[in-house]
Ligand binder design. Structure first.
Ligand code: NAD
Length: 265
């Protein structure tokens, strides 16, 4: 299977190059970057922190789609929308990790899903996707006598809170309880808040140091507590998940899929 990486000089792009080059059964079909990138002369192997492989980033995305079985895209919403059209034109499967996609940006992905397999997930980590499924299952099993609190910690540079993943865990817990997260969530507590309201889903945000991403879902009742925790220490988990999704696309019928489908959860 030949895998292409669009945006191959980005933080995730380089990690994806490294993961593809180090994964058995797949070949690197090439990579693209923006025409104004200063890295167009860099060898893709060197960008990945490995030995040179004799390829440099191209600027012709159509040629990359034509040459590959699957393209992995961690770029920007505008670029991803254009790539979705190329996937259809060339019959190439597409794995999208780009975040910040609006409902409008998702439409071209849905359209591409009518012709080719497309996997789209704002968090490609296998562990986090497992945690989503477990959270929904545990929330459904334990019932309202267990209070649900979601605690997350990230590095000091993170600008949004709670994290998208924490909110995803909240949605999973709410789905398990069959409630609406917006109505049930308590995002901040400060001062005299009064006792905890039954059935709410609380969030707590910690920030500091270089923490890549820690998430814990706490189910707390009288006399016992269940905690589900995921700790990310390296961005490679997202690249490994994306390459796993790319391999999963082989022989798959067209559709817009999530990591849940890839992992059979
Ligand atoms: P980055 O800015 O380091 O990399 C993006 C790269 O894409 C840049 O090198 C840029 O030049 C390139 N690019 C943009 N438009 C292009 C185009 N039209 N053609 C070719 N290349 C183009 O950002 P990053 O940290 O690597 O993150 C990229 C995206 O992936 C973000 O949306 C981020 O939130 C998302 N992300 C998703 C996951 C996940 O698990 N789904 C994990 C980490 C990051």
């Amino acid at each position: 299977m030949k895998i292409g990486i669009v945006g191959c000089a980005g933080r995730m792009g380089r990690m994806l190059l490294k993961t593809v080059l180090e994964t058995d059964g797949v070949t690197l079909g090439g990579g693209t970057e923006r025409p104004d990138s200063t890295l167009l002369d860099s060898d893709l192997g060197v960008l990945a922190g490995l030995n040179p492989v004799g390829l440099t980033p191209g600027t012709d995305a159509a040629a990359l789609f034509a040459a590959c079985d699957v393209v992995i895209d961690f770029t920007s919403p505008a670029a991803t929308v254009a790539h979705a059209r190329l996937a259809v034109e060339h019959g190439t499967a597409l794995v999208v990790g780009t975040t910040g996609m609006t409902a409008e940006d998702i439409v071209p992905l849905e359209q591409a899903g009518a012709t080719v397999p497309v996997v789209h997930a704002p968090n490609m980590s296998v562990g986090v996707n497992l945690l989503f499924a477990l959270t929904e299952q545990v929330a459904a099993t334990l019932g309202e006598e267990f209070d649900i609190e979601i605690v997350e910690m990230h590095h000091r540079h993170k600008v949004d809170a709670p994290s998208g993943t924490a909110l995803g865990l909240g949605r999973a817990a709410a789905a398990g309880r069959d409630v609406d997260l917006e109505a049930a969530s308590v995002r901040v507590r400060d001062g005299v808040t009064g006792p905890r309201e039954t059935g709410t889903i609380g969030f707590a945000t910690l920030r500091g140091g270089d923490v890549v991403g820690d998430h814990t879902v706490i189910f707390a009742a009288e006399g016992e507590r269940v905690e589900l925790t995921h700790k990310a220490s390296n961005r490679s988990i997202f690249a490994r998940g994306a390459v796993r999704a790319a391999k999963w696309c082989e022989g798959r019928k067209p559709g817009l899929y999530a990591m849940r489908d890839v992992l059979g959860l």
